[in-house]
Write a protein of this length. Structure first.
Length: 364
């Protein structure tokens, strides 16, 4: 296997980074945090015009039909730039429709996603729920009542893909957010840039998306996309810290010359590159439908969360007193770290999933 992106994916990464460097970043994130809009509408329109929402949508549904690699690249660059747009949610939802959706469901939703007319989001949480393998919400006769929260990018979306108990366990369901018995409202989370919402269903119509096995397959793919988003955020946080260490002077010399600071920066880099290796393995397994997808996805999820958590916390620490202030940009990476850590279940849950995948492999 090739532990690197293809030339096409590298070209897309360069193009995406150049665009987002010019149109997103910490300054735009701060503007979004201080505003009331659910996402940056101008930036989102530009992303639609670039065809990013159509990246994974097959050509028969009006998309570009790119590979899993390109989708991972877009997720990474979105994470790096802190872009206040629902791109990663749309990428994950598109993957769910591709893997679990019927032709009728794909024909209903994918053209709108490709055109940017439909924003889709995904949600499994139920407040205190800590495991993607459980759900309190139960569907009966195509109707559901209950609450899902927090759901990133829910406000402004037209489609939600949620988890609920089905005939053979937890599975995915489609919710038309314009339907009867559906209510959405803002929920304040630690991440004030990428806003989240609460979805309340009151005997609302829902439509099964695949089955329990399809949900588990999608969960692995969503974990890989989330891992790349975390990689991008980690890299940006590390770059910011290294630049500060090269510039900040304390006790007569730049703090980057102190051994303790050097070691912390080196640890950031080591964790980032380890996580990148796992994520690239996951991207390969995702594109190849490899049998080792589950263990690759689980390892990528665990390693990426470890890298981001360590780097985001050390970014605040190494900036000293200014790192704890509202004026500092350090907060954005720390906040995003907390949001991503809870987006698909805890690191401990994924570590357990990895162990079980390895046990099955060794028993075969």
């Amino acid at each position: 296997m090739n532990f690197d992106f293809s030339d096409d994916a590298k070209t897309m990464r360069e193009s995406a980074r150049k665009f987002l460097d010019a149109n997103a970043g910490a300054a735009i994130a701060r503007k979004s945090m201080n505003g009331t809009a659910t996402y940056d509408a101008d930036l989102w329109k530009a992303v639609i015009d670039l065809g990013w929402t159509a990246a994974r949508v097959p050509e028969e549904f009006g998309g570009v039909g790119l590979t899993a690699e390109e989708s991972c690249v877009l997720a990474e660059e979105a994470g790096r730039s802190l872009a206040p747009i629902p791109l990663t949610s749309v990428l994950a939802a598109t993957e769910a429709l591709l893997r679990a959706g019927s032709k009728e469901q794909q024909a209903c939703w994918l053209p709108g996603i490709a055109e940017g007319k439909v924003i889709a989001c995904v949600g499994w949480g139920e407040g205190n729920a800590a495991s993607p393998s459980t759900a309190a919400l139960t569907v009966k006769d195509g109707k559901a009542s209950g609450v899902k929260l927090p759901i990133a990018d829910l406000l402004g979306a037209q489609l939600a893909i949620i988890t609920a108990n089905g005939p053979k366990g937890v599975q995915l369901y489609l919710v038309d957010l314009g339907g009867a018995g559906v209510k959405t409202e803002l929920v304040e989370t630690l991440d004030l840039v990428r806003r989240s919402g609460k979805l309340t269903l009151d005997n609302a119509a829902v439509e099964a998306l695949g089955d329990a096995d399809a949900y588990q397959d999608w969960l692995d793919r969503a974990a890989i996309l989330a891992a790349f988003e975390a990689l991008g955020t980690t890299a940006a946080s590390m770059d910011m810290t290294v630049a500060y260490a090269k510039d900040r002077v304390a006790f007569g010399q730049r703090i980057g010359r102190y051994q303790g600071v050097k070691h912390k920066c080196a640890d950031m880099y080591i964790k980032l590159e380890l996580a990148r290796a796992h994520a690239l393995h996951g991207a390969w397994a995702m594109g190849a439908d490899a049998g080792e997808l589950r263990q690759a996805a689980s390892a990528a999820r665990v390693a990426s969360l470890d890298a981001l958590s360590f780097t985001a916390e050390e970014t605040v620490q190494l900036h000293g007193g200014i790192g704890f202030t509202w004026e500092s940009d350090c907060q954005f990476y720390y906040r995003r770290n907390r949001q991503l850590a809870s987006a698909l279940g805890s690191s401990a849950w994924w570590a357990d999933r990895l162990v079980r995948a390895l046990e099955r492999r060794n028993a075969a």
